[in-house]
Design a protein. Structure first.
Length: 164
């Protein structure tokens, strides 16, 4: 069941993009940006960041947003590790709240949560800024290779025109 979900929701749309003439490299870059921006440690910001990246870098908007939405659970998973990494970078005292406590605080009183968590957010963003750009480069490299192999094994000819 799980493989059919991912096959329908992730693999099939990517293969469809390849058959529409979008280059494996452009799809790979879209996916890499979607993954890395999708874990940006500011809740509610990733769709806007992905849309901006799609416009600025002329990426495929549906591909970048699809991946962004699919990896949303990873944003929550990486939220506290980014805070901890930022705390180490700035030699700050650790925030004594769990992710569940932070989310409950946000739901209960957003202005108070922002006032309490803003420094933790700065720490998390700083850590992401160190990791994000190299992660995009690495993922782009790996995904480009994989998508070129998928295109070749599917009998698709590489298209030199950027249709994205």
């Amino acid at each position: 069941m799980r493989s059919s979900f991912f096959s329908r929701r992730l693999i099939a749309p990517i293969v469809a993009l390849l058959t529409q003439g979008i280059t494996p490299e452009k799809i790979a870059l879209s996916l890499a940006f979607g993954i890395v921006l999708g874990v940006f440690p500011v809740l509610g910001s990733t769709s806007l960041l992905c849309a901006a990246a799609a416009v600025i870098f002329r990426l495929n908007l549906p591909a970048i947003q699809l991946v962004n939405w699919l990896i949303y659970p990873l944003q929550l998973f990486f939220f506290v590790p980014f805070i901890r990494m930022g705390e180490r970078l700035f030699r700050a005292a650790p925030l004594q709240l769990s992710l569940a406590q932070m989310l409950a605080m946000i739901r209960a009183d957003l202005p108070r949560a922002v006032a309490t968590l803003w420094l933790a957010g700065v720490h998390a963003i700083s850590a992401w800024l160190l990791i994000g750009p190299p992660a995009i480069l690495l993922l782009n490299f790996l995904l480009s290779r994989a998508l070129r192999q998928v295109a070749a094994s599917s009998g698709l000819r590489p298209n030199t025109a950027e249709a994205a």
